[in-house]
Design a protein around this ligand. Structure first.
Ligand code: HAM
Length: 430
């Protein structure tokens, strides 16, 4: 074993698991295109101020979870992105995207970094797939991103999900609410835990998020943000709920849901999975109309989006046995060279097959025929194609189906045509 280990909170993904990732990624790419979202990729690091302004200086992410560094003495502080929304918005403003078209629908599958205490489902490097709809955040737009997200879950076969949804009102509603909450919690200050005490000053809404059972009753008695939301905000929220109901998407309205990033306004949501342990939030999102302005974009740009944790999604899918049918196939053909003098010819055959679009494997270590056959079976090849002196002379090759053991002898071109048939995989070993 090497003296080096992967850094705590990071992990390696080996081929079997990579196949699971690929499966999920393909579903995301396919559904994104069905819903008209185009892929965006932004840099892994950004200027630190972007996140301080965008996510909010009093949030846990900015306060204690960012990997921040100075690129060179006197340089501007940089931070590994802890989430995608701020970077995507920065990119959209920089490119002046909205001057080209009034609405942009972007999605991503990206790596993120947060200095959290690692545990199951919580890493320091993790991935999200997500979508950001820029330029409109009407109830229909909110429903659009939510429907996309829920259809990904549905297509993947995931069950046991709970969508919680709330409205946070606008900035003004929240400012009034913040004051009301402060007044409510102030008399209990002595009973609050350390982190809630800190939040009381900086961001009392986050006390509602506390998982401390000792605070449960106190929190249950707190004023509700919903009661501070203006009538128009309530109407819009109800319109979102109607859209969801019309699409058969189940939800629970949860007036305690506040989310851990400051840019949200109006609708915010989170999805939990019963297949996960303590870290049961599989995804979350909401509207963030004020972020563009916060980042110096001049005016507000309505926007709404979500992000889903890929690792948590994969853990939940694994627990529900959703990868059982993902049978990784080996190569379609293993070229078995009968004598080492024929190795060059074997290579040529292998390359010809690959050029014809047929996945092909060949021994690179001049091993015995028996060892080659063992390897062909081990890696689950569908067929073995034999290269021997007689094949070389006659131009006719023996092709053996490794599942049924049937064998035929044909010219290479005829073999290629057979193997290129799309249905050829059926009946092969998984
Ligand atoms: P978030 O709730 O911070 O939202 O993260 C979304 C999801 O990322 C979480 O529900 C979780 O599944 C996953 N996640 C977060 N931290 C970790 C971690 N340390 N390890 C593993 N998975 C993690 C956002 O990031 C927003 N940008 C979402 C959004 C997009 N809102 C609007 N647009």
């Amino acid at each position: 074993m090497s003296q080096y280990q992967a850094v705590k909170g990071t992990r390696d993904i080996f081929p079997e698991e990579a196949a699971q990732w690929k499966h999920v990624e393909e579903v995301v790419h396919t559904l994104a295109s069905l819903y008209g979202f185009s892929e965006v990729r932004t840099p892994v690091f950004e200027y630190t101020e972007l996140f301080q302004r965008g996510i909010g200086a009093t949030t846990d992410i900015v306060g204690k979870e960012m990997f921040t560094f100075l690129p060179d003495p006197g340089g501007r502080s940089l931070t590994l992105r802890p989430e995608m929304t701020a970077g995507v918005m920065r990119a959209a403003l920089q490119r002046n995207l909205l001057s080209q078209a009034p609405v942009h629908k972007l999605y991503y599958i990206s790596e993120l970094f947060r200095k959290e205490r690692p545990q199951a489902g919580r890493q320091r490097q993790f991935s999200q797939f997500g979508a950001e709809l820029l330029g409109v955040s009407s109830p229909a737009a909110v429903a659009e991103v939510l429907t996309f997200m829920m259809q990904v879950f549905e297509t993947l076969g995931l069950s046991g999900l709970r969508l919680r949804i709330n409205t946070l009102g606008d900035l003004e509603d929240r400012a009034r609410y913040r004051e009301a909450l402060r007044s409510y919690f102030q008399p209990y200050e002595g009973e609050l835990d350390e982190s809630s005490k800190e939040r009381l000053e900086k961001n009392p809404l986050r006390i509602l998020d506390s998982k401390n059972p000792a605070l449960r009753d106190m929190i249950a008695g707190a004023p509700r943000l919903f009661d501070f939301v203006k009538a128009e905000g309530v109407r819009e929220f109800e319109a979102v709920l109607r859209f969801l109901a019309d699409r058969g998407i189940d939800y629970d309205v949860d007036h305690l849901l506040v989310r851990g990033l400051d840019y949200y306004c109006h609708t915010a949501f989170e999805v939990q999975s019963t297949a996960l342990g303590a870290q049961d939030a599989i995804g979350g999102g909401g509207r963030y109309d004020g972020l563009a302005k916060e980042l110096g974009g001049g005016k507000e740009m309505p926007a709404v989006g979500f992000a889903v944790g890929m690792e948590r999604l994969l853990i939940a899918m694994e627990k529900q046995g959703l990868f059982a049918t993902l049978n990784p196939h080996g190569p379609l053909v293993y070229v078995v060279v009968q004598q080492s003098e024929l190795a060059d010819h074997g290579m040529q055959v292998a390359f010809k097959l690959r050029r014809s679009g047929i996945s092909t494997e060949i021994d690179l270590a001049a091993r015995s025929m028996k060892a080659q056959m063992r390897e062909a079976n081990r890696i689950r090849s569908g067929y073995a194609l034999f290269v021997g002196q007689s094949e070389l002379e006659s131009g006719q090759y023996a092709l053996k189906n490794l599942v049924t053991s049937e064998q035929t002898t044909l010219e290479l071109q005829a073999i290629i045509e057979i193997l290129r048939e799309p249905s050829i995989r059926e009946g092969l070993k998984a």
